[in-house]
Design a protein around this ligand. Sequence first.
Ligand code: ZN
Length: 320
Amino acid sequence: MKTNLVFSFRYKTPLSDFGFDKPFALDRGEMVLKRLSEDIGAPVPYLEPDPISDEHILLVHTPAYLKTLEDAKTWIDLFEFRESEYFPERALRPLPSIIDDFKLKSGGTLKACELSLETGLAANLGGGYHHAFPDQGRGYCPINDIAIAIKQLQKIGKIKKALIVDLDFHQGDGTAVAFRNDASVFTFSVHSEEGWPEVKQQSDLDIPIKEVEKEKYLEKTEAGLKIALSKFAPDMVIYVAGSDPYEKDVLPGTSFFRLPLSVMKARDELVIDTFADLGIPLASVFAGGYGPDVWEVHYLSTRRLLERSGLSFGKTIPCC
Ligand SMILES: [Zn+2]
């Protein structure tokens, strides 16, 4: 059966396998698929990605940085784990082998991008590591799957120009830096002005939102999309659809604005519908989103993407 979703049950990284005293986190992609399957009364098909290679990573990242990912300390810093939470003697896998999980999820982003070029719309039910700089990982992001996918598609001649629409709560700083001097990629970020990172990078178009302006979130996002499209004609779009602006996100740092589900739904419909109407291929990735409820945002977004791809659900959504 044809599908435009990319996922693997191997996306769920069990941190306890690496010796961390951390509970098993809920996998957003798994929750989204479960709910969509309930909606249509049958399992929702998806494609399994192939992991990306070191060669792919080196399209964006420096060899020196890639080498540091062989060191357990790099990962402890990147995930801000405390030494007191780490028990290497209990580990089933050495910590640096966690890169394999990120290679798989980054392969999902590349596959979703390739699919979008064939079908118009596609989604990786994971990925979105927009804080990874070419020479440094941070903010839970070791490698920048978004930048890697674009560079690879450009390398093999499938696209020339790409637009990144990043609506995660946090600025897409790593992606902005990766494409700072690259006129073939337009980076557009709507994010919290007060939120992390304290030092913002310069995207091609930044719309920082202050806590007091949160009522204007949709209006400002829509205006930004229009500006981006007036300046740039992309061959494809990667939509970084972070769910951390949602009011049920539990990360303390996202408290500057918390938007209701109806606004998150309208945001994702705005982006998906804009590019579907224009016939510009769009691939979405999850990016940030923390806690047991944020999957609701990704569910509605993925459902819209499937509806715009021609899948009929036959009933309205009960939530909002
Ligand atoms: Zn975020």
